[in-house]
Ligand binder design. Structure first.
Ligand SMILES: Nc1nc2c(ncn2[C@@H]2O[C@H](COP(=O)(O)OP(=O)(O)OP(=O)(O)O)[C@@H](O)[C@H]2O)c(=O)[nH]1
Ligand SMILES: [Mg+2]
Length: 391
């Protein structure tokens, strides 16, 4: 590989924008890259380059297209811009699973909307412990009291979902005006980035654990082979390492490691990477498969979990679920059907937290503490954490 190598000079964190459709996530993402490009620690990524479809970008070993990278004075960030449309919550779940922190984008003009609440709930469930709020479109009104009300509403929502709503940073911004170069609003983006830098702590990285990466995307590079992309959940990986692809049932060797198109000597827990795998046919690997150190994880079908069944108000079901219920389970990047057994209780009503036994339709690597979402007919109906794992 002749490209400039990635040099690890600052701690790396994964961050993302989430929030209701049209509240300005992509505009804000573009504005952040513009402000940092002007500081000299990033490259400007225009709106239409962030918002394009993944198929259009499947060239070279590259990261999932919704990712951009930038640096502040103290950190290197990979930033994923998550779509707000309900159909894309699945991406949100799997994307959020790897976030060290999130920027919740709420339009100051519209306030919290159904997907604002859904994303916060999912973020909580998949273990995103730190949220910074961008009250976007603050250029659209002079009515500070209106924005104060929206801020209160957002703080209440965060508190209700178990976040410290009173102390979460809430920054009034305008992605659009900052993109246009308006100094007042450029400063608002600086303030947002400072809040992210200081409020989101550097997470603990399990570098000594056996390597594990859950596959987000699979690409083919003509003449070179199959590439998988995703975030390294734990451990490290280098060119020449043997790995197992769970789900595909193959063991192979990593022949290339890159981040944002730059070769890396070693990828570590927390890094967003692309791995070139020797001799693995393109159609053998899928999103949801797990690449891991050989023999380090055992795929399972059964587990017990504590599950919160979303209320109708949160976009969940209006009727209870019962033993025999068969929804989709979103675990890491996998999407698997599963049979629910509610034991002696037999039913769970929307708004309740219950214990359940689940038997998945196929084996996936499972472990206690792993979070997941339950989806049905294109919407999230539950969120849980695995307690114990069976056969
Ligand atoms: N006035 C104003 N409009 C904005 C601002 N940010 C975004 N917009 C407008 O809001 C609309 C939606 O912006 P996007 O950035 O596409 O929103 P999004 O959240 O990425 O939308 P999805 O990806 O579809 O969920 C566009 O017309 C933007 O120009 C802002 O700060 N102020
Ligand atoms: Mg968008």
């Amino acid at each position: 590989m002749s490209k400039t190598a990635y040099v690890r000079t600052k701690p790396h964190l994964n961050i993302g924008t989430m929030g209701h459709v049209d509240h300005g996530k992509t505009t804000l993402t573009a504005a952040i890259t513009k402000v940092l490009a002007e500081r000299g620690t990033g490259t400007f990524v225009p709106f239409d380059r962030i918002d394009r479809a993944p198929e259009e970008a499947a060239r070279g070993i590259t990261i999932n297209i919704a990712h951009v990278e930038y640096e502040t004075d103290t950190r290197h960030y990979a930033h994923v811009d998550m779509p707000g449309h309900a159909d894309y919550v699945k991406n949100m779940v799997t994307g959020a699973a790897q976030l060290d922190g999130a920027i919740l984008v709420v339009s100051a003009l519209d306030g919290i909307m159904p997907q604002t609440a859904e994303h916060v709930l999912l973020a909580r469930q998949v273990g995103v412990d730190h949220i910074v709020v961008a009250l976007n479109k603050a250029d659209g009104t002079d009515d500070e009291e209106l924005i104060d009300l929206v801020e209160l509403e957002v703080r209440d929502l965060l508190t209700a979902q178990g976040y410290p709503g009173d102390s979460v940073p809430v920054v009034r911004v305008s992605g659009l005006r900052a993109l246009e170069g308006d100094p007042r609003w450029t400063a608002s983006i600086e303030a947002l980035l400072d809040a992210v830098d200081t409020y989101v702590p550097m997470p603990e990285r399990y570098l000594d654990a056996p390597f594990l990466l859950s596959v987000e995307n699979v690409l083919t590079i003509t003449g070179r082979g199959t590439v998988v992309t995703g975030a390294v959940e734990r451990g490290t990986v280098r060119v020449g390492d043997r790995v197992e692809v769970l789900g595909a049932g193959v063991e192979t060797v990593v022949t290339g490691v890159e981040t944002f198109g730059k070769p890396m000597e070693e990828a570590q827990a927390g890094d967003n990477v692309a791995l070139l795998l020797r001799g693995v046919p393109r159609d053998a690997v899928r999103r949801g498969h797990v690449v891991a150190a050989p023999g380090s994880v055992v795929p399972r079908r059964r587990f017990t979990a504590q599950v919160y069944v979303l209320s109708a108000r949160e976009g969940g079901r209006t009727t209870p679920v019962a033993t025999g219920y068969r929804p989709q389970f979103y675990i890491r990047t996998a999407d698997v059907v599963g049979d629910v057994d509610l034991g002696s209780a037999g039913v769970a009503r929307p708004g309740e937290t219950v214990e359940m036994c689940v038997e998945l339709g196929r084996e996936v690597p499972l472990e206690p503490g792993l979070g997941f979402a339950i989806r049905e007919g294109g919407r999230t109906v539950g969120a849980g954490t695995i307690h114990s794992v069976g056969s």
